[in-house]
Design a protein around this ligand. Structure first.
Ligand code: ATP
Ligand code: MG
Length: 253
């Protein structure tokens, strides 16, 4: 069988050319990185959990009419997605203060924000994904005003959906980040949610105890990341109780 063509190897995922034009296979790795890859580890089973969880959230978004790149899951570690031109921004939505916002503005972690706050970081690992404002985005042409309107609307819809789904299983959605990409349908272009939605890209706290169930467990050495992600998957019914996460990576090429 012909080898698949690798398009990109990122920190958490590898992209391969998909079977049809305009499609990509996303392979979810077990690698965990934080602080712009200064902290690294391999967390067995993380890729499987994120693949399943991202499928779950993207499918939910499709079902409520929020356009996204997910087509179908292929196996435990791979999913087929629609290829898009990624807007070079990380779009962060915050409901409660945490992380860099708390540090920057001196607001205690967990403080409810008066309304959701949307922040943008310019996607550039060399620069450490710096925070940017709409002025920079417009001046440097990273997105048009129409794109920005669409991005805000997508981000807020994802926020309401994810907050509700999480609250239903006793989890508070503190904040999350999404990436958005451009697709073309004939002459018409539109934006869709891309990349992944998983505990790698969200802050999730147990409503009752405040226990962290997201990548902060890794960033702050708070215990087993696999246990935290498995708990999220179990509560959502993505991983049936007792089902073990296959821990050995499958051969991919
Ligand atoms: N539908 C899509 N079409 C094209 N590219 C995508 C799509 N979804 C996600 N991507 C890109 O695929 C890559 C996923 O890999 P990963 O998340 O490991 O990257 P990363 O190490 O975080 O690096 P970076 O996001 O800075 O490129 C990202 O660059 C992301 O922007
Ligand atoms: Mg990434």
């Amino acid at each position: 069988m012909a080898r698949r063509k690798k398009i990109y190897e990122g920190k958490a995922k590898t992209l391969f050319e998909g079977p049809e034009p305009g499609t990509i296979v996303q392979y979810f790795k077990d690698d965990a990185t934080a602080f712009n890859a200064e902290k690294k580890d391999v967390i067995e089973g993380k890729g499987v959990l994120n693949n399943m969880l991202s499928e779950y959230f993207m499918t939910g978004l499709t079902n409520i009419g929020v356009p996204n790149h997910f087509i179908r899951r292929l196996n435990m570690r791979e999913q087929l997605v629609r290829a898009c031109e990624i807007i070079p921004l990380e779009i962060i939505v915050r409901n409660f203060a945490a992380g860099s916002l708390s540090k920057r503005l001196g607001i205690e972690e967990g403080t409810a924000l008066p309304r959701p706050i949307i922040e943008y970081c310019y996607k550039d690992d060399g620069l450490g994904d710096p925070l940017v404002g709409e002025e920079h985005i417009a001046a440097f042409g990273w997105a048009s005003q129409q794109d920005m309107d669409d991005i805000v609307s997508l981000a807020l819809r994802v926020n309401d959906f994810l907050s509700g789904v999480m609250y239903g299983v006793g989890i508070k959605l503190v904040d999350f980040k999404i990436e958005v990409g451009r697709v073309y349908d004939g002459d018409f272009q539109r934006l869709i949610v891309a990349d992944e939605i998983s505990p790698d890209s969200c802050r999730l706290w147990d409503v009752a105890t405040g226990q962290k169930l997201d990548k902060d467990v890794f960033r702050r050495d708070l215990g087993s990341l696999t246990d935290a992600y498995t708990e999220v998957a179990r509560r959502l019914g993505v991983m049936p109780k007792g089902s073990a996460v296959p821990i050995k990576p499958t051969l991919i090429n």
